[in-house]
Design a protein. Structure first.
Length: 185
């Protein structure tokens, strides 16, 4: 029972890091990245379908995404979905494929994005600390119910704290990698 509490806390802390990584993939770094289209959906025969399921997405150049639909009739729907999305990119339709040119970021915009990365990393750390608090509360309830001794409680609290430290370092590492990517010209 007690090990289940700690394992659950560790698992949830890892998921906080994974969620941060997914969120950071959506931040454009001035380079073409297929993941920026993950949340864009187009109307395909009346069903909203993710673009990455409707088309092959390639990176022919460092700042260009090439979207080639499997069904050529969906080309206009994909183009309209990109226009309607919050990407801020203008698609170029050549009749058989769509090209998305990722504009070069200014120094000011790079710094803004780096601040956004720090904010999202801090949110992930808050989530980790909340998970830690929940685990500690559960352990204290176990001790009050006389399921574990006070010495066991201290030992288990140390384990939870170690897991928290590991998760926090992981979040910092993820954020650092993304910041370096953003600030590299």
């Amino acid at each position: 029972m007690v090990n289940a509490i700690i394992n659950d806390a560790k698992e949830r802390m890892e998921k906080a890091g994974e969620a941060l990584q997914r969120e950071l993939q959506n931040i454009r770094a001035g380079r073409a990245n297929v993941s920026i289209l993950n949340r864009v959906e187009a109307d395909y025969y009346g069903v909203m379908t993710p673009i990455n399921q409707m088309a092959a997405i390639q990176i022919p150049e460092a700042r260009v995404l090439l979207i080639t639909p499997y069904d050529k009739s969906s080309l206009d729907a994909i183009e309209h979905a990109i226009y309607a999305s919050d990407l801020g990119l203008t698609p170029s339709n050549d009749g058989s494929a769509i090209r998305l040119v990722i504009p070069q970021l200014t120094e000011e915009r790079r710094k803004e994005l780096a601040k956004e990365v720090k904010g999202q990393a801090e949110n992930a750390k808050v989530a980790v600390r909340n998970i830690r608090r929940d685990a500690m509360d559960t352990l204290k309830k176990q001790q009050k119910a006389s399921d574990i001794t006070e010495d066991e409680l201290r030992h288990l609290e140390e384990q939870v704290q170690k897991a928290t430290d590991v998760a926090t370092k992981n979040v910092d590492a993820i954020a650092k990698v993304k910041e370096e990517e953003l600030l590299t010209i």
